[in-house]
Design a binder for this molecule. Structure first.
Ligand SMILES: Cc1cc2nc3c(=O)[nH]c(=O)nc-3n(C[C@H](O)[C@H](O)[C@H](O)COP(=O)(O)OP(=O)(O)OC[C@H]3O[C@@H](n4cnc5c(N)ncnc54)[C@H](O)[C@@H]3O)c2cc1C
Length: 339
């Protein structure tokens, strides 16, 4: 059990976040929502506060609630109204609870695709499809800009980004998970159900957003901290990942499957698959009211280009996006402020 009494090693039950706010993947998908929000960082959480308070039926989907930019911020001291030392995750969970108090539902689920052409927007996760009359994209900018050598070559043939989708192919086999976040740990734990051995390769000294004394143990899970992935190696099929160990030596960590969950600083818009226009470098195209060119689809926070990336600005974006969504849903011409 973890500190909050959640059973250890189970996906989607708050093992890592332990915050009790998020429901497991697939939950609450049988409803039709007014607003589906993707991303529960300050932009998504703030959008959820404004949407739910305006009595819009709201669901927020997040793939890794402790791994967004604010969630991994050790200490934040410049968020207006919050004095003293507070971690990014504490601040964020306060925002999320505030939204939940107004009725927003939070679900722990990775969004892998969207269909936005109809009046009802469809949002695809491994376990369920969520439907809403408006969609707010608030997925931040922590995607990777560059890929590992070999990653593209073996994509779909040994390299995967989704343990839920591909894990069962590796029954009784060794796999390698590359990542630096809670998401990577969760996916590694999920893969432990199938693989004979899961090697979790972490470039740094710790997993972002995961307390060091909360690292789950499994007989078939091995952690490799301070091992920097260099390339996916294979000849026709994946044989493993070449890494640089903490002493600078190159070595091979063997596995027939490689699951990649590394983070960087690129906008997280890949899952949109071109359904919503993005700029050349992936930033979402939005107007001053956070509306994208697709009717009923809005964007907020680091996922859109802004002169600086700060939590207070992301939260402000979220508020604007929710009010614009409300306006869209009720056919109003002018933005009406909430009281
Ligand atoms: C190390 C660091 C320190 C910082 N320090 C400060 C500071 O002191 N003060 C300050 O104001 N700002 C600070 N910032 C900036 C601030 O954290 C960001 O500007 C802010 O968090 C952006 O909010 P966001 O909601 O747009 O994105 P994020 O906070 O990154 O949240 C995005 C969320 O979307 C989720 N997501 C992404 N893709 C998907 C998907 N496909 N499906 C489901 N969910 C998805 C992620 O899991 C994440 O929870 C810091 C940033 C970093 C990285």
């Amino acid at each position: 059990m973890d500190g909050d009494g959640h059973p250890a090693g189970r996906k989607g039950e708050g093992l890592v976040t332990g915050d009790g706010i998020f429901r497991p993947g697939g939950a609450a998908a049988d409803e039709t929502y007014d607003v589906v929000i993707v991303g529960a960082g300050p932009a998504g959480a703030s959008a959820a506060i404004y949407a739910a308070r305006a009595k819009l039926k709201t669901v927020v989907l997040d793939k890794a609630p402790s791994a967004g930019a604010l969630a991994i911020t050790h200490k934040i001291a410049n968020y207006p109204g919050v004095r003293g030392e507070v971690s990014g995750l504490e601040l964020l969970n306060t925002m999320r609870r505030q939204a939940a108090d107004f009725g927003a539902v939070f679900v722990h689920a990775p969004v892998q695709g969207v269909y936005v052409e109809g009046d009802l927007k469809e949002v695809f996760t491994p376990e369920a499809v969520y439907r809403g009359r408006a969609l707010i994209v608030a997925t931040g900018a922590m995607e990777r800009a560059t890929k590992l050598p070999g990653e593209d070559r073996f994509l779909g043939r040994g390299v995967s980004y989704c343990a839920t989708c591909d894990g069962a192919f590796y029954q009784g086999k060794e796999v390698v998970v590359l990542g630096d976040s809670e998401e990577a740990l969760e996916e590694a734990l999920f893969l432990c159900k199938f693989a004979s051995m899961v090697h979790l390769v972490v470039p740094g000294k710790r997993l972002l957003g995961v307390a060091e004394d909360h690292l789950p143990e499994q007989p078939n899970l091995r952690y490799h901290f301070q091992h920097r992935p260099l390339e996916v190696v294979g000849d026709g099929r994946v044989e493993g990942v070449a890494v640089k160990d903490p002493y600078g030596a190159r070595k091979l960590i063997g596995g027939e499957g490689v699951f990649v969950y590394l983070s960087g600083s690129k906008p997280s818009t890949g899952f949109l698959g071109g359904a919503v226009p993005v700029q050349e470098d992936g930033y979402l195209v939005v107007d001053e009211e956070m509306a994208t060119p697709v009717a009923g689809v809005f964007g907020a926070g680091d996922v859109r280009r802004s002169p600086v990336k700060q939590a207070v600005l992301a939260a402000a974006d979220g508020a604007l996006a929710a009010m614009a969504a409300d306006r869209f849903l009720h056919g109003r011409q002018k933005m009406i402020s909430q009281r």
